[in-house]
Ligand binder design. Sequence first.
Ligand code: PLP
Length: 418
Amino acid sequence: AEARALYAKARPASAEAHQAAQAVMPGGSTRSVLFWTPFPISMARGEGARLWDADGLEYRDFLGEYTAGLFGHSEGSILAAAQAAMARGINLAAAGRDEAAFAGLVCARFPAIERVRFTNSGTEANIMALATARAFTGRTDMMVARGAYHGGVLTFAKERSPVNLPVPTRFMDYNDPEGAAAAIRAAGDALAAVLVEPMLGSGGCIPASREFLAALREACAETGAVLIFDEVMTSRHGPGGMQGRHGITPDMTTLGKYIAGGFNVGAFGGRADIMDVFNGHRANALPHAGTFNNNVWSMAAGRVALGEIFTGEAAEALFARGETLRARLNAACAEAGLPMQFTGAGSMMTVHFRAGAITAPYTATPEEEQRRELFFLDMLAAGIYVARRGMISLSLPLSDADLDALVEAVREFLAARG
Ligand code: PLP
């Protein structure tokens, strides 16, 4: 309560902005993830890896827009590419010069993506991937992991989903290879698709074991269900994403977040024979329209983002940087001897307040919840912006001094709250 009061006292402008916003939006924002009590921070400006809130307080940005902010705020060449595209004309209702070039970069980067299509969000990419699998197989059901997050209407972390999905949904437990394989086999001919994150992102940065993904691969190959890797967050984890790291090839892959340099985007793709259901030259092709699917700013920005900045080498380097940082944070936790750890892979991690290996999502105890909130508040007080749920995602412009500052803040948290 004390930490919350300090938070509120330091941010009258954010409080006021929230008050005003509540009059026109339930909860005061369009993104549930940003909400918390007493009020969320209202950000005024960002530059590189820095943020300034409505009260003029400055933060090192360790949230990186939930992984979409990989390039930092308004990176020069991305901004220039988007601006140049917009200057050539917004909304041309036609195929554009950057669309195929961007698609080419995506296909070159992820060999399992032989053909790709763009959307405006990761949510849409997953919905369309599921639709693709249903059309291709002529089957109905999908299987997802308990605790997974595949988008606003595809959230399986809570009992309550915002919509009744029209797709019959079956569940598996994350990182349970035998159980999942058995469930896939039992579903047999009913199962069109298995949709899985190679690392649970929102679910706590919990990586899948190679065995789990391999078991899904094998069972899907056996039954004919389409295996879809949701790499919306994890595709940053190496030149070929998490699938490249594990050497496991899904039938389809979904992407999003950072791939268009921070602009709105999603993508779904995979085997050419599967994606051919959209081939307009075919009778009965599956439709996939969408006014903004190939919007010129995202296509142009994506070309620069993937082609020039976040190359395969850059992805490998960022992964290594994140691994080193997480090791440093975990060493600090171990030294303090407290039940606190950072799970994750590469440049994405989440703090947990329990000891022992964490391989599946869990319901936090009230004590764990309280520590998580304290962590969030203490980081803010130290000028470090992380997700309320304790997630960190690194962006390219973060400096070594920024990383040192995070480690120092975590050490102070351990000393003060241990
Ligand atoms: N899939 C995963 C794994 C995600 O983490 C997210 C977003 O957090 C999505 C899909 C949905 O993407 P979007 O928010 O662009 O709809």
